[in-house]
Design a protein around this ligand. Structure first.
Ligand code: MSP
Length: 642
C-alpha cells in the first residue's frame, strides 16, 4: 500500500437547499469516472463528495419550509445519497459540514491562521439589505443603491468581523501558478484566474455575526465562520487533517472538479488559505462548463430542470453517464437534450458497441458451439488491430490526464469502429463455408479479444455495461477488479464458453419515443408542439373571415342537451342568437355581460331546432380546458378584428 501512487479526487460539496439536478450529477459522474480509472490503474484512490450545510442560504430555505436547518439537511442528504447510488457513484467518503470531524478541522485551520496573524479582527463595512440580511457588492447594486433581489434601499452597515489576510498571498500564489501552469484547467481558466490575482487581492471576511447557523469561531462565539471558509476545508476533513496522519498520504495529491461559477473560490481563496496554513495548494482544479437545457438556461421558474433520477429511469444509468461525458468537452458549456441522448444511444451504444458484441457472440455460437477458439495465425489485419488496441489505451490515458473525457471516448469508439470494420473485411461467415477453419478461428478470437479490451476501456465510464459485456464473453472476475494490468493483447483464455445475454443497449424506437416524450411534456405542463398545423393562407383569405366584438346579453341551456347554450349577443348594430358548446366550461352567470369575439359571416346552421348565426371564439388547451377570447380594453361593440 505504502508505495502505491495516491490519487485524491473531489466534487464540490453541494448545498442542501436544492434537489439534485443534472449539474450535480455531471460533476459527480465525472469524478467517479476518474476515480474508477485511477483505481483500475492500480492507484490508491480517495474519492470524496458531500454536502455544504451551513450559512444564511440554508437557514432561510429551512425557515421557508417550516423546518430546522438540520431537518432540511438530513432530508436533502438522503436524496443526494440515493442519487449517488442510482448513478453508480463509487465515492469513498461523504462529508457533511455539520459533522464533528469537520468542525474540528475548520477550527484547527482557523486557530492556526489566527495564531500566525493571518486572521485578524476588524470591521466589515458595506452596503447591506436589511430585509434580505445580506451585503451587496457595489458591482451588483441596482440603480440608486438598491438591492438586486428585492429592490429596496441599501444601508451602509458595519460589523465586527474576522479577516483572512489574503492580500499577503497574492505574490506567493502567482509564483505557485507560474511554476505549475497545469494547476488550473482548462487553460482559459488558468489565464482568467492569474489575471484576476494580478488585479490585486483584498483581505477576505471570514466570519459573520448576523447569522447563527454555522461553525462557531473558536473563543469568540458570537461569530460563526463564513460558509465558504468552512466549506472549502471539507477537502482536508476527508483526508483526516490534522489528527489522522493519513492526510499526508493524500495531500496535495488532490484534484478538485468544480463548475466554472465556483472556480475563483477554489483557485484563489482556497490555495491562499492553504499557503497560509503551510500546506501546498491543490495539484489541480478543473473548472467544467455549464449545461443549458434545449437551448435555455436551466431554472426552476422555466420548469426545465433536468431530474437525473428520471433520466436514469428512462434511459439507464450507463447511457446517461456516457452521454454527459461524450457530448461536450469537459471545460465547455453544453446543451442537454433528450433527443441528442437518444441519438447517441442508438448510434454509439446500440449500433456500434451493442452490435459488435451481438454479431461476435452470434458467430461464436453458430460456428464454434459457443466456445472461443484458439488464436490461429496473425495476418496484417490482426496485427493492425492489436496495435490499434495498444494505441487506443495510450490515447485514452493521455486524454484522461487532461480530463478530456470526450477524447478518451472518441478513441475507444475509433477502436470499436475498427473491430466492426474487421468483420466486414474478413466476412467470417464465408470462411466457415469455404473450409478456412484456421482463419475463422483467428477472426473470432481477435473479435473476442477486442471486446475484452473494450470492456476494460469502458469500465470507468459504464461500469455496469462493461461488466455485462465481460460476463457475456464468459470471462471470470470483472474488468474493474482486474484493472489495466490485464490490458495485454492476447490474454483472452481460449476454450472459454461465451454466455450470450440480453442486448447490451436496446435500440430506442424513435416514433414511440416521440409519443412518450410528448405525453411526459404535457403532463409536466411544458410547451409542446400541438402538431395540428394548417396550410398557409394569404391575407385576403384571412380577410374573408369577419370577426367582430360582441357582448353576451343572455345565456340559456338548450333543453335535452348537456353541452349546448343558446346565447344572445349584441354586436352594437344588431343582436343575434348563437348556439355554442361551452356549457361544460362556463356557468351561465359567468358568461352574461362578457365581451367576446364572434365570427359573423359563418353560414347559419340549425342546432336542435335553433338557428345559430355565427360562432364565438375560444382557445382550447391541451388538457381540454377552454378560454373565451376577449379584447384587452374598452372598444365599441361591432368593432372589426383585423
Ligand atoms: N456549496 C457550494 C460548493 C462548495 S465546494 C467547497 C456550491 N454548491 S451547489 O450545490 O450550488 O453546487 C453546485 C455545483 O453544481 C457547482 O459545481 C456548479 O457549477 C454545478 N452546477 C450547477 N448548475 C449547473 C449546470 N446547469 N450545469 C453544470 N453544472 C452546474 O456551489
Amino acid at each position: 500500500m505504502e508505495d502505491k501512487k495516491r490519487f485524491f479526487i473531489t466534487t464540490p460539496i453541494y448545498y442542501v437547499n436544492d434537489v439534485p439536478h443534472i449539474g450535480h450529477a455531471y460533476t459527480t459522474i465525472a469524478a467517479d469516472v476518474m476515480a474508477r480509472y485511477h483505481r483500475m490503474k492500480g492507484e490508491d484512490v480517495l474519492f470524496s463528495t458531500g454536502t455544504d450545510e451551513h450559512g444564511q442560504k440554508i437557514q432561510r430555505a429551512a425557515a421557508n419550509k417550516g423546518m430546522t436547518p438540520e431537518e432540511l439537511a438530513d432530508k436533502t442528504v438522503d436524496n443526494f445519497k440515493a442519487l449517488w447510488q442510482k448513478l453508480n457513484i463509487s465515492n469513498d467518503d461523504f462529508v457533511r459540514t455539520t459533522e464533528e470531524r469537520h468542525h474540528k478541522t475548520v477550527q484547527a485551520i482557523f486557530n492556526l491562521l489566527k495564531g500566525k496573524g493571518d486572521i485578524y479582527k476588524g470591521t466589515y463595512e458595506g452596503w447591506y439589505c436589511v430585509p434580505c440580511e445580506t451585503y451587496v457588492p457595489e458591482s451588483q447594486m441596482g440603480e440608486g443603491r438598491t438591492c438586486p433581489s428585492c429592490g429596496r434601499q441599501l444601508e451602509m452597515m458595519s460589523e465586527e468581523s474576522y479577516f483572512f489576510r489574503m492580500s499577503a498571498y497574492q505574490e506567493p500564489l502567482l509564483k505557485y501558478y507560474e511554476e505549475n501552469p497545469d494547476a488550473i484547467l482548462p487553460e482559459s481558466r488558468y489565464n482568467e484566474i492569474v489575471s484576476f490575482i494580478k488585479g490585486g487581492l483584498k483581505d477576505q471576511s471570514v466570519s459573520r455575526t448576523t447569522i447563527s447557523w454555522g461553525i462557531p469561531v473558536p473563543g469568540d462565539e458570537k461569530h460563526v465562520v463564513y460558509v465558504w471558509f468552512d466549506a472549502l476545508i471539507n477537502y482536508l476533513t476527508v483526508c483526516g487533517y490534522p489528527d489522522d496522519e493519513r492526510w499526508r498520504l493524500y495531500w496535495p495529491e488532490v484534484r478538485h472538479l468544480v463548475g466554472k461559477d465556483i472556480a475563483r473560490f477554489h483557485c484563489v481563496i482556497w490555495p491562499a488559505m492553504l499557503l497560509a496554513a503551510g500546506l501546498t495548494p491543490p495539484k489541480q482544479v478543473f473548472a467544467h462548463g455549464w449545461w443549458t437545457v434545449e437551448g435555455e438556461k436551466m431554472s426552476k421558474s422555466l420548469g426545465n430542470v433536468v431530474d437525473p433520477f428520471e433520466m436514469v429511469d428512462l434511459y439507464g444509468v450507463d447511457p446517461f453517464r456516457y452521454f454527459l461525458l461524450r457530448e461536450v468537452p469537459f471545460g465547455l458549456d453544453g446543451d442537454f437534450s433528450e433527443l441528442a441522448m437518444v441519438s447517441r444511444i442508438n448510434s454509439d451504444l446500440a449500433n456500434d458497441l451493442g452490435n459488435l458484441l451481438s454479431r461476435t457472440l452470434q458467430m461464436v455460437i453458430q460456428f464454434k458451439g459457443g466456445v472461443v477458439p484458439h488464436f490461429g495465425e496473425a495476418g496484417e489485419l490482426e496485427r493492425d488491430i492489436a496495435s490499434m488496441a495498444e494505441r487506443s489505451f495510450g490515447a485514452v490515458d493521455v486524454a484522461m490526464r487532461r480530463f478530456a473525457y470526450d477524447e478518451a471516448l472518441k478513441n475507444i469508439w475509433a477502436f470499436i469502429g475498427r473491430a466492426n470494420k474487421y468483420i466486414d473485411e474478413t466476412e467470417p461467415w464465408k470462411l466457415g463455408r469455404e473450409g478456412k477453419g484456421g482463419q475463422l478461428d483467428t477472426v473470432l478470437f481477435t473479435l473476442c479479444e477486442s471486446l475484452r479490451l473494450i470492456s476494460l476501456l469502458i469500465a470507468p465510464f459504464m461500469p455496469d455495461a462493461a461488466e455485462r459485456l465481460w460476463n457475456q464473453l464468459g470471462l471470470p472476475s470483472s474488468p474493474q477488479s482486474l484493472g489495466y494490468a490485464d490490458f495485454r493483447w492476447g490474454n483472452f483464455p481460449p476454450g472459454t464458453a461465451v454466455k450470450r445475454g440480453s442486448s447490451l443497449f436496446p435500440r430506442i424506437d424513435l416514433k414511440r419515443w416521440e409519443e412518450k416524450k410528448r405525453e411526459r411534456d404535457l403532463k409536466k405542463g411544458r410547451p409542446v408542439d400541438p402538431g395540428e398545423h394548417e396550410e398557409e393562407i394569404s391575407i385576403d383569405e384571412f380577410k374573408k373571415v369577419e370577426l367582430r366584438v360582441a357582448r353576451i346579453l343572455s345565456v340559456a341551456p338548450v333543453p335535452g342537451t348537456d353541452k349546448l347554450y343558446k346565447i344572445e349577443v349584441d354586436l352594437g348594430y344588431e343582436k343575434r342568437t348563437i348556439v355554442s358548446g361551452i356549457r361544460e366550461h362556463y356557468p351561465p352567470e359567468e358568461l352574461a355581460g362578457k365581451v367576446i369575439i364572434v365570427v359573423c359571416n359563418l353560414k347559419p346552421a340549425k342546432l336542435r331546432g335553433i338557428e345559430s348565426k355565427g360562432m364565438l371564439l375560444a382557445a382550447e388547451g391541451h388538457d381540454g380546458g377552454l378560454a373565451l377570447l376577449t379584447v384587452d380594453k374598452d372598444i365599441p361593440l361591432g368593432s372589426r378584428i383585423h
